[in-house]
Write a protein that binds this ligand. Structure first.
Ligand code: PEP
Length: 250
């Protein structure tokens, strides 16, 4: 199997006991596979339970859905990188479209978050993607490039090895509509060109996200430009998620 990454974004679901139960049920249904890496992004309160349940599985990583760029301070409700790390996170999502478009996170803030994550030795999964109106105005690549430049400003040296990108067109998230594999692959190609321009010394994994499910995952990962998937809704059922992560083996 070629190296593939399957990432589950649990959003505001699965409290600690359910997250633990999910991880236990899922892991026994999905033994490790060479080349395949699995990520869980539970809510902050379920990070520790999920990380504990996944302990000992070298193929599984647990990350935060969001972090603040400051290491500590008076930021009520926020989770810093050291807090997430202390709960067992080895990475974090940054710039998910719900952070950008529901909570108003700016491009510059995503860059500060990526820096905080990388400086703490963790992995950053930077999400980029265009809104429907931007797609219709042929702005898809320009938006992704702008978000990449801001999000990855100042990344250098070995830290590139801890950067992952998720291309998630906003109009495809939670809507049941998804980019065709060929459309997604074309944007991934543009993202890869920009990563090279930004100085990434090696192949950075670029995942696709947006209404991925059992029915479409094989066609998506069949595109060589697509290195894995970031999945919300369809990652919330252990048996269904186990089927999705088996897609690269079929
Ligand atoms: C997401 O939350 O990153 C996502 C892609 O959600 P969904 O799979 O539900 O579209």
């Amino acid at each position: 199997m070629r190296p593939l990454i399957y990432a589950a974004n649990w959003k505001m679901h699965l409290p600690p006991a359910e997250a633990r139960g999910f991880a236990q049920a899922f892991l026994s249904a999905a033994p490790p596979v060479p080349g395949r890496t699995l990520w869980f992004f539970p809510s902050a309160v379920s990070l520790e339970a999920t990380a504990q349940a996944c302990k000992g599985r070298q193929d599984v990583r647990v990350g935060a859905q969001d972090v603040h760029w400051e290491p500590k301070g008076a930021f009520t409700g926020a989770t810093s990188v050291p807090l997430a790390k202390g709960a067992g996170a080895v990475g974090a999502l940054v710039g998910h479209s719900e952070r950008r478009h529901v909570f108003g996170e700016t491009d510059q803030e995503t860059g500060q978050k990526v820096q905080a994550i990388l400086q703490s030795g963790l992995t950053a999964m930077l999400c980029v993607g265009e809104k429907l109106a931007e797609r219709e105005a042929n702005q898809t690549e320009a938006v992704c490039i702008r978000q990449l430049r801001a999000g990855l400003a100042g990344v250098a040296g070995e830290a590139w090895g801890r950067v992952l990108i998720a291309y998630e067109p906003v109009w495809a998230i939670g809507t049941g509509k998804n980019a065709t594999p060929a459309d997604a692959a074309a944007v991934h190609g543009a993202i890869r060109l920009e990563l090279a321009r930004l100085g990434a010394p090696e192949r950075i994994p670029v995942l696709y996200g947006g209404s991925v499910n059992k029915g479409n995952v094989r066609a998506l990962i069949g595109e060589p430009e697509i290195d894995g998937v970031l999945v919300g809704g369809a990652s919330l059922d252990p048996a269904g998620w186990a089927e999705i992560v088996a897609s690269g083996l079929l």
